[in-house]
Design a protein around this ligand. Structure first.
Ligand code: ADP
Length: 582
């Protein structure tokens, strides 16, 4: 069962955008002022050209040459100033964008790491990956490339409109009036765009999800002949993604022609009206030229808007999805006072524990008192809830009702660094990080010394570690690739260094690989000694060797006692044992 990660609401996205601006206030304001100056300088050019036209038509004789020369020099100065300001403004905007993108990336990582393990496990992998890669990239691209241009274009638009109105209010109003069409078209577009682009981003995440999970589970898909099912699921996801893309494309194809026409109308209108006014001596030719140039200049920033509109909407949807991670429930900070509480002792107690995956109830009232130092085996038919109880005991999931505590503190509420000193679930997942051997081990115990690392590796039989070219500084996964058995030993050394008092061993998942089982078992023996061990036993030999055995059926513990006691009871365990032994 997968959970959909939340998407931030519009208000939260706005707050997050403000937070970005505020956290780099000085740079942002300098960038803004410089951009305004650059846009302002751009306004002088049409005005000066208009003056030249007026000078040529009104100044008599040789004086015209001197006047035009003066104006030409002014145009040169203004052009150079505008270029310099523009370059500087863009540099500042890029810098702001890069810094903001870096902050967003870091926060995304922090927030993802702070999510409760169970939520990450239940969330669709493709969704989280898409948010961390494509979505973050879309926002970074917007901040780096689009935002500076859009910002400049907005200021240019505002300034140009103001300039044309100031130049000649009637002519200006007439010209800008035609733009109202564009405004209406844009409003109708924006009303639909948010939902459409969010749908497009979600659909992209779903495609990623289907493809990732199919690739990850390729062997299972093959083994169960599920290929056609998976292809059908992928087809459905792709069809939805195509539909979503088509719907945003439809929005754009409706908008673009309207805006194109709306952009051309003001120029045509002003030329017609201005020409008529000038013929009747009601306006200077220079003013008509300047007004036409201003309106002509509106086209560029407007086109830029249209060009980026698609990406802006995509980036906004992406930002909402990234921010959504922050809206997810129970982050580390929300763990409450227990996150820093110190357990009074090593005693783990389950009291009336109930648990369900969504609507499917798995555990129905487990009471279990685990004695420090004991070996407890949990046996029972497949689907009885043994692995689920193991995950709850390891603090990966929290009970829906009842409590599982260690030394009086709820296990699932312990902060990760405290939790791993109490109890660790040993699974088949042996992730080797692309880092040095030392860093791979320090994950489990940040303050550990090299000597302790060496001892831990030796204890789990990882003799290969002494032969690495750069010792603990050897890059694993790059310089030196670990095989499966070595990766297992590495993760067992991590457990040893974390030094929890209780280990949970799920035989089904801890020892799947028969080629490495013997090595693992030897390494395991080294780390089990001196700790409380709860073994989810799939082999009755494990149960036989344990101090106590808990028999589970349908999410309940139906028998609890030593091997001899349970045999004497002639119950479920006794018949299992007889069947196996016989
Ligand atoms: P056991 O370890 O005894 O075989 P499990 O704890 O693995 O039992 O499973 C108990 C029940 O919970 C089963 O019906 C199983 O299908 C269901 N289950 C296990 N894991 C999940 C999960 N992640 N999501 C939904 N149901 C699950």
């Amino acid at each position: 069962m997968t959970t959909q990660l939340p998407v931030a609401a519009a208000a939260r996205v706005r707050r997050a955008a403000w937070r970005e601006i505020r956290s780099d206030r000085a740079l942002f304001s300098t960038a803004m002022v410089t951009t305004m100056l650059a846009a302002g300088a751009g306004l002088l050019m049409p005005l000066l050209l208009g003056r030249i036209v007026d000078a040529v038509s009104n100044t008599p004789g040789r004086a015209v040459i001197a006047a035009v020369d003066r104006l030409a020099v002014a145009i040169l100065v203004v052009t150079v100033a505008q270029m310099v300001l523009l370059r500087y403004a863009q540099l500042l905007c890029y810098r702001f964008g890069e810094r903001a993108a870096a902050r967003i990336r870091e926060r995304f990582l922090d927030r993802t790491l702070a999510l409760p393990g169970a939520l990450v496990e239940h969330a669709a992998t493709g969704d989280l990956i898409t948010r961390g890669t494509a979505d973050v990239n879309a926002v970074a691209l917007m901040l780096r490339s689009m935002a500076p241009q859009i910002f400049l274009a907005t200021i240019q638009l505002v300034f140009l409109m103001a300039a044309v109105l100031l130049l000649d209010p009637m002519l200006g109003a007439f010209g800008l009036g035609a733009l109202v069409i564009a405004v209406f078209a844009l409003r109708s577009y924006l009303r639909r765009a948010e939902a459409a682009y969010l749908r497009q981003a979600t659909a992209a995440g779903d495609v990623n999800e289907v493809v990732t999970t199919t690739a990850q589970g390729a062997r299972t898909v093959e083994a169960f002949g599920m290929a056609r099912l998976r292809i059908r699921a992928a087809d459905a996801a792709i069809a939805e993604s195509r539909q979503a893309r088509l719907s945003t494309l439809r929005l754009r194809t409706r908008l673009f022609p309207v805006v194109e026409i709306a952009c051309a109308l003001p120029v045509v209108g002003v030329l017609l009206l201005g020409g008529w006014l000038h013929r009747n001596d009601m306006i200077a030719l220079g003013t008509v030229v300047a007004a036409t140039l201003y309106l002509q200049r509106l086209i560029d920033p407007l086109n830029l808007f249209m060009m980026w509109l698609d990406q802006i909407q995509s980036a906004m949807a992406a930002f909402a999805r990234i921010e959504g991670i922050g809206a997810a429930r129970t982050t580390r900070a929300d763990l409450g006072p227990s996150a820093t509480a110190e357990p009074a002792d090593d005693r783990i107690v389950c009291a009336d524990v109930h648990f369900a995956y969504g609507n499917s109830r798995v555990l129905h009232g487990i009471d279990l008192d685990i004695r420090p130092g004991e070996r407890l085996a949990i046996v029972g038919p497949s689907g009885a809830g043994k692995s689920t109880l193991g995950r709850l005991l390891a603090g990966i999931e929290a009970p829906d009702r009842g409590a599982i505590t260690v030394g009086g503190v709820p296990i699932a509420k312990l902060a990760p660094d405290r939790l791993r000193r109490q109890v660790i679930l040993i699974t088949q997942e042996h992730h080797v990080f692309n880092d040095t051997l030392r860093e791979n081990l320090r994950l489990a115990a940040p303050t550990v010394t090299d000597a302790e690392l060496t001892t831990a590796l030796a204890a789990v039989g990882a003799s290969w570690a002494t032969e690495l070219p750069d010792g603990p500084d050897t890059l694993l996964d790059g310089q030196h690739r670990l095989d499966n058995a070595q990766a297992q030993q590495l993760s067992l050394a991590r457990v040893l260094l974390a030094d929890p008092h209780t280990l949970i061993l799920d035989e089904a998942t801890a020892m799947l690989d028969p080629t490495t089982a013997r090595d693992t078992e030897r390494s395991l023996a080294a780390i089990l000694s001196g700790r409380t061990v709860i073994a989810i036993a799939h082999r009755l030999q494990t149960a036989h060797d344990a101090d106590r055995i808990a028999v589970m059926e349908d999410g309940r513990i139906i028998e609890l006692g030593t091997h001899t006691e349970l045999l004497a009871r002639r119950g479920s365990y006794a018949s299992l044992w007889r069947a196996w032994h016989g």
